[in-house]
Design a protein around this ligand. Sequence first.
Ligand code: WQD
Length: 375
Amino acid sequence: MSNRSLAKNHADTTVLVTGGAGFIGSHTCVELLEQGYRVVVADDLSNSNSEALNRIRVITGVNDDQLTFYKANILDAQAMNRVFDENPIDAIIHFAGFKAVGESVVKPLEYYWNNITGTLTLCKVAREHGVKNLIFSSSATVYGDPEFIPITEDCPKHNATNPYGQTKSMIEQVLTDLYVGDTEWNIVLLRYFNPIGAHESGLIGEDPKGIPNNLVPYTARVAVGQLPYVHVYGADYDTPDGTGVRDYIHVMDLARGHVMTLDWMGGACGTGVATTLGTIAGIPDADGSRHGVEIFNLGTGTGSSVLDVIHAFGTACGRELPYRIEPRRAGDIATNYAACDKARDELGWVARYDLKRMCEDSWRWQSKNPDGYRS
Ligand code: WQD
């Protein structure tokens, strides 16, 4: 069965967002709806809250015709078939998956089963419905300890240091092989660096369950007084202040990157089909939509240290935040930030927000919702 064309108006295009109630998914739904797309969300709410959907409706003012929600797990083929039977899905943005690095080390079977088998099930159902336009939520973690900095898309992939990262890398391979076997597929792998921040309204944001693993949500909990101090994992790295350096990117910049990718997949923007090593880009179809497998790094190209983040968050919340220097965390690397030229040249996308704005928006979300969506 041939693929749906994306070379049409946003208002005539329906996008399935798996994991759309989650952190990056919910922000991407806001951007999609504000750009006129019709959105269908499938989320099993295992690591998210349906309140996020209510907040999306408040932010965008859309009705149920424009935003439809299914409580569904991508492993459930019957439920996913119902989603495709009941909605004219044109494209999929696939976020759904377990994503806690530390948890994946102690629960590898659950991570491989949920993330990989779930993706296989999703792709099988999509293909049966003639839908082969897919954006995959990948991660810079697939580069492992990168061979060079800043990281370009053709930087060799190295073994991720945890099952979570391995699932991202393996799913990239699955999707690449899907295209090699059937050139109707139109796939983009978006490799995020470190997504942080929140929508400027403070109505949606990052809401990890339990004690956050990641730096910014942990720091936010310290700022609201729920945790006593920030643990700084290592101050003896070969970096300007000795603490780990990462490429933090505002979640709304990331959301905008997904919408611009959809336009690109439909044949808009871009300077042609020039491709870098490691990706396969076909020629756009007669109607302009593309086919192939393309990779884009979504980052800012700027590295910030742990102490940079702690100080920026202190400025945002109006007080210096307490921290303690501790030994390095197993599996961490010293430095990681993106080269973003390809996304700029091909998609016309550039990150707009700096660390100051990311922390301001994160603080607004956390201070208005000290217990996340549960409050
Ligand atoms: C950032 C820096 C830590 C917590 C991971 C995943 C990646 C992506 C983002 C999903 C490091 C230091 C952290 C703390 C600290 N997730 N740190 N104290 O490890 O770069 O990336 O999350 O896509 O795939 O790998 O993010 O926020 O955990 O760590 O000092 O309490 O902060 O050592 O230098 P990371 P992070």
